[in-house]
Write a protein that binds this ligand. Structure first.
Ligand code: HEC
Length: 172
């Protein structure tokens, strides 16, 4: 029993010491937390964020807005149930936070236009969430259109090669 107590006491001392060291090193650097890229694990590439997170979520928004003419006639694509709206709202949240993922130190390509485009993704995602909350189809559609133009503008600026592949795949 005493052994266990003294072991945990020692552990506490070790823990307290390391916490103090962290606190000291933070003070020494004097920087704001956001400039500390070492806090973020950005081993997922920009390409991976696009393919696995941002594009699937965005596709859900685009697939659930507007209307199509098919053999069956005119079809509205908007959700028709509470569950449907809750689902697209959650995907809009993924879109919004993806903008922050792109802006993380260690991932952002610069501190300038890249940040404006990343912020544009956040804004479009938040607008789509609000529209989903309000079941506002027109606003939801507009948020999707704005989102699409931010994707295209950033690709144009940073990776023009991507434009063709992206447009073909999307077929919009
Ligand atoms: C802040 C800039 C930026 C924004 C905004 C952006 N992208 Fe990208 N995207 C890139 C860059 C840079 C690449 C190339 C990454 C690479 O190949 O290393 C890319 C690549 C891609 C790719 C190809 C990935 C691959 O490796 O095949 C897809 C798909 C894609 N983006 C989809 C999107 C969609 C959908 C949106 C909007 C919802 C979007 N992107 C918004 C910068 C951006």
């Amino acid at each position: 029993m005493t052994k266990i107590v003294s072991t945990s006491a020692r552990l506490l001392v070790v823990l307290a010491t390391s916490l103090m060291m962290v606190a000291c090193s933070q003070q020494e650097s004097g920087d704001s937390v956001t400039s500390e890229s070492s806090y973020f694990n950005t081993s997922l590439s920009v390409s991976e964020i696009m393919l696995s997170i941002l594009e699937p979520a965005s596709d859900t928004l685009w697939d659930n807005a507007g209307w199509i003419e098919s053999a069956a006639g005119y079809e509205e694509l908007y959700p028709t149930t509470d569950e449907g709206w809750a689902f697209v709202r959650a995907q809009a949240a993924v879109v919004a936070e993806s903008g922050n993922l792109l802006a993380l130190p260690g991932r952002a390509l610069d501190n300038d236009a890249w940040m404006i485009y990343s912020q544009g993704i956040v804004d479009a995602g938040l607008t789509a969430m609000k529209a989903a909350d309000e079941r506002n189809e027109e606003d939801f559609f507009q948020a999707g259109a704005t989102l699409y133009s931010v994707c295209t503008a950033c690709h144009q600026a940073y990776n023009p090669d991507i434009l063709n592949a992206f447009d073909e795949e999307d077929g919009q």
